[in-house]
Design a protein around this ligand. Sequence first.
Ligand code: TXA
Ligand code: MG
Length: 348
Amino acid sequence: ETKVEKIEKTQMNMDIINAAGQILKQGGLVAFPTETVYGLGANALDEEAARKTYAAKGRPSDNPLIVHIASLEDLYPITKKVPEKAVALAEKFWPGPLTMIFEKSELVPHGTTGGLETVAVRMPDNEVALALIRAGGGYVSGPSANKSGRPSPTMARHVLDDLEGRIDMILDGGPVHIGVESTIVDMTVEPPMILRPGAVTKEMLEETVGEVTVDHTILTADAKTPPKAPGMKYRHYAPRAEMTVVEGPLEKVVDKIGELAAARENEGHRVGIIATQETMGRYDHENVKCIGTREDESTVAANLYAILREFDDDGTEYIYSEAFASDGIGSAVMNRLLKAAGHHVINV
Ligand code: TXA
Ligand code: MG
């Protein structure tokens, strides 16, 4: 039985937070809101709790978890060394959508790190999350609270849809703000390397610590990569439909999507289109969803996963999406879109 508790950031019910903290201390699972996506909380120092986390998500146990902390001093006991640059980044971006990777100390079990000698750590910018971490003993592992392979949850309803009956409690703090997962930076290499793009961009990191590199696998997810057949191993954020991203000048993109959608519709398939405020009126199709405005791509980030889930629920078989700019938060959006599409891109 999964208990759902509504919780207000401004008037936090500490009885609920303490009950949730108690569940974590006893090795149970509590989903909680963060500013990025909902997390599936467990005691990060408890190997058995990590095992339960993997089982609930259906996630391979070699995929490591992020340890969430509520104060900077709590970073030191779980790491071997904290480079100066990491301190500078923590002071600048924590609490916030930045995860850093360090060499782990003995305190962190291999169950949490997927067998690695490193540990990923982040301090989320959400009062409910911070209160839960404190109540739960200070170290809460938090993968996104979705079933493995499903889009990350951006509201409590999504968590319930995926994990009802598999976890003890969901703290419902309303919809998240950002909508894509945190930026991950490996601080064990010099210069630091971005492993996953998020709301904290390369430019923002470089302003604080100078040169930062980007992992090759993110570069291959760049919008300019030639089209590839969808490969299952890339579809980490996959909707059930076959998805195609169309990029190029906006006019041509709209025409091409219209053409592709019409062809599938004529074959009798259920088709979904991901459009923007700027292009909504241009499509003459049944199932067109507005993902946000091109003038502020953070709106696109905020709606992305909910829209992919809606298409799943509609039984959509083919999704066609416009592409977005690959700078700022747009690079995180494109990274997730391309993964959802199995890197299936058409250039017009
Ligand atoms: O925004 C977020 O980061 C959310 C919220 C809940 O905080 N969490 C999240 O966790 O996205 P998850 O488990 O869905 O993604 C964690 C990613 C995985 O791709 C994992 O492989 C990587 O972080 N990761 C964790 N520890 C790592 C390590 N030691 N070395 C390299 N990658 C690591
Ligand atoms: Mg995830």
